[in-house]
Design a protein around this ligand. Structure first.
Ligand code: IFM
Length: 721
């Protein structure tokens, strides 16, 4: 067992926002930003709730932050000592990500001597409503001390304030702050039980938005004074499938249970790598984040693109979940993957409505999906840095590939678990509606024998409104083929579902439509150089380097895409697009084609999205080039460990954690380097370890069975455990 520690041993004011992400703790119900206990909304402090959204006026709808039950600071002889204002003597902030503990210790010089505060806290992995916190103070001189602790309802919002009413409670030893959202009157309550472990006088203060305890005591030099809090959150939109109690529990019990829950998670999910501690650390740190945001014990929830690190990207769910994250859950805790898919099944209403809005049929899933499948994405999703005006972008109306990603995610789930019964619970209808959606996009010129898809935005968002994007077309074909396959299966296994479809659309007519669409959809072939053109006319665009395009920026925060972006008229692309398609459908192309396309597109890719590097890395693995794959894998695995990720799109803040990149790193490690491949006979291992990896060990759940995988340079073994 290795320690998994991320730490900062000096206070750096400019790291406050980044630390909020890299030191995140969470349990899928909420995420707690890695901010310090004395911080407020000014330092982007947040307990970010999963699946609760609110809209204020015309501003973007976004996820909601709960009242903050961690709020605590110290006063010595009547003077407040708190970061970032009071310069510390020393400071450390640590994330023990093996045990899901956030720790901090800070000392300040006061006129009479020094004071040190320490705090340990965690988002309980065992009782998912709870947060545990132990806060202690020690001085090296006798003084009058006061710990101020409570629940701060004045929370950080990007497009808030979301709470239009607040209720402050103080009954039976439980203090609480309840916020009621304006749009749908969702209540979000944070409550706490406070344990003062020494003699003190405690006074309660209530304000409009907070309830605070002032704990006053005479501090003797060298003595530690500690308080413990067991806080919990309850909302009116909870979706737990198991009882999620708020009954009393001591801090110690809560912490022990929490650590055992993490031990259990790590016993399934840790990946060991001999010969490369840096990669092992980064990969397991990525896995930590995937676990912090997993909707465990819930029926129907998904994961936002920035995890539970805040309201960036409106707290909305993107294609990121089904393309990049779901694989990890399918092969460690498949019930979580099912919860993610259930969210899509349950939110089909939003997708049907969106298709209708655009005069299309079937299910067009939201680009930025919120509760009920509501489309959170605006037509003006970027603010121009020069004019400060919203720019017309086409993420919302033209990124058709999102529905296909959901079908792809579903098939990965079915193939990895063998759980066909999900088809009986709404998934079959969902796939058929996605297929009907793509059918309604097909166009045909009178003199051409095939169908085309025009006016789309592919994964490469820098080129908007293009025709026959290879990724989109190939994914649409996948949806037609999948629908055909599943209709057959339903006919044999779920006759009632098949009968429903028959009644609605006529099975034979449906089959004919799907076959026709699949057979005739235009899938561009490689050209004479073996390169597949990303969309019609891409090769005619200016062929310049990424650096050249970057040098044309007038403002570093300028958006590269859209109608006039610096990349729009060039071959420079934002993220893996053709490469993403090839990494998924590698078997359909020879290694030579894969290599030629990797070599062509990778240098033309800005990797302006954290989703890009892992796709190229996987493609490099498909070509058998582990050393090319390795740096791209590391970039993905370190997305939240390295400062300097993209924080702006135009004038819009887009910082936060990057779970898709983290999930992508897992896919590369397991499917790329370990070469785990599903075959007719089960799973096989075709390893391609990077040079410095001597061995790799991990566990994998496949079709209800747990396997241990062990790979060395000499060979590989997969054993059922
Ligand atoms: O889904 C992605 C998109 O592909 C690129 N921009 C960021 C989104 C959220 O991660």
């Amino acid at each position: 067992m290795y320690d998994f520690i991320a730490a900062e041993n000096k206070f750096e004011k400019e790291n406050i926002a980044w630390n909020g992400n890299r030191f995140l703790t969470g349990n899928g119900y909420f995420g707690i930003r890695g901010t310090l206990e004395e911080y407020t909304k000014e330092q982007m402090c947040a307990v970010n709730m999963a699946g609760i959204y609110d809209r204020v006026g015309d501003a973007w709808r976004e996820s909601v932050n709960a009242p903050n039950p961690l709020y605590t600071y110290i006063k010595i002889n009547g003077v407040k000592y708190a970061l970032p204002e009071a310069e510390p003597l020393s400071h450390s902030q640590t994330l023990d990500f093996r045990r899901g503990l956030h720790l901090r210790t800070t000392s300040w010089q006061t006129p009479g001597g020094s004071v040190t505060v320490s705090c340990e806290r965690f988002a309980s992995m065992s009782r998912r409503r709870f947060i545990g916190m132990r806060y202690s103070v020690k001085t090296d001189f006798d003084c009058a001390a006061e710990i101020v602790t409570g629940i701060d309802g004045d929370v950080w919002d990007i497009n808030g304030p979301h709470f239009v009413k607040m209720r402050i409670g103080d009954e039976n030893g439980i203090k609480s702050v309840t916020g009621i959202t304006g749009e749908k009157a969702v209540s979000v309550t944070a409550a706490e039980r406070l344990y003062v472990l020494f003699d003190a006088e405690t006074e309660t203060e209530k304000t409009d938005k907070a309830v605070l305890s002032h704990i006053r005591f005479k501090a003797a030099a060298g003595t530690e004074y500690a308080i413990e809090k067991t806080s919990y959150i309850v909302t009116s939109a909870d979706d737990f499938t198991e009882e999620c109690t708020t009954s009393e529990v001591t801090y110690r019990e809560l912490k022990d249970e929490h650590i055992s829950a993490w031990d259990k998670i790590w016993s399934l999910s840790e990946i060991e790598i001999d010969g490369d501690d840096e990669a092992m650390y980064a990969l397991n740190y990525s896995i930590y984040h995937l676990n912090c945001i997993a909707p465990r014990g819930m029926r129907s929830r998904s994961i936002p693109a920035r995890g539970l690190s805040g309201q960036v990207y409106k707290g909305a769910v993107f294609w990121d979940t089904e393309m990049f994250m779901i694989d990890y859950y399918i092969h460690t805790e498949p019930e979580i993957a099912k919860t993610l898919l259930q969210y899509r099944i349950d939110t089909i209403g939003g997708a049907l409505k969106k298709a209708e809005e655009y005069g299309l049929q079937g299910a067009y899933y939201a680009w930025e999906s919120q509760e009920g499948g509501y489309e959170g994405c605006s037509d003006y999703n970027v603010t121009d840095v020069f004019t400060n005006r919203p720019m017309r972008t086409h993420f919302r109306d033209k990124q058709y590939h999102v529905s296909a990603a959901i079908v792809y995610g579903l098939m990965k789930y079915i193939r990895g678990t063998g759980d066909y019964d999900i088809l009986n619970g709404g998934a079959l209808g969902m796939v058929v509606e996605c297929a009907r959606f793509y059918r309604s996009l097909l166009l045909k010129y009178a003199d051409k024998p095939y169908y085309e898809i025009h006016d789309v935005v592919g994964p490469d968002e820098y080129h908007e409104r293009v025709n026959n994007n290879i990724y989109t077309n190939r994914m649409a074909k996948l949806v037609f083929d999948t629908a055909l396959e599943l209709i057959d299966i339903a006919g044999r296994r779920y006759p009632d579902r098949a009968a429903e479809l028959d009644k609605k659309y006529g099975i034979e007519a449906l089959r004919a439509m799907l076959s026709d669409s699949s057979e005739k959809l235009f899938i561009r072939e490689p050209d004479e150089n073996g390169i597949i053109e990303q969309f019609d006319g891409y090769f005619k665009l200016e062929d310049v380097s990424v650096d050249e395009v970057r040098s044309r920026l007038i403002d570093p925060r300028e958006y590269w895409g859209g109608a006039y972006g610096v990349a729009a008229g060039t071959q420079v692309i934002k993220q893996a697009d053709t490469a993403a398609m090839l990494s998924m459908f590698a078997d359909e192309y020879g290694a030579d084609i894969l290599k030629r396309n990797f070599d062509y597109y990778e240098p033309r890719t800005e990797h302006g999205s954290s989703l890009s590097a892992c796709m190229y890395s996987l493609l490099a693995c498909r070509i058998g080039e582990a050393e090319k794959a390795y740096p791209l894998f590391m970039k993905s695995a370190k997305a939240d460990l390295v400062k300097g990720g993209k924080e702006w799109a135009g004038l819009i803040y887009i910082g936060g954690t990057h779970p898709a990149s983290e999930g992508g790193a897992w896919i590369v490690a397991v499917n790329g380097f370990a070469g785990i491949t599903e075959t007719e006979n089960g799973i096989e291992c075709r390893p391609l370890l990077p040079e410095k990896w001597n061995a790799m060990r991990f566990k994998l759940v496949y079709k209800g069975r747990l396997y241990g995988v062990s790979i060395t340079k000499a060979g590989a073994e997969i054993k059922e455990i």
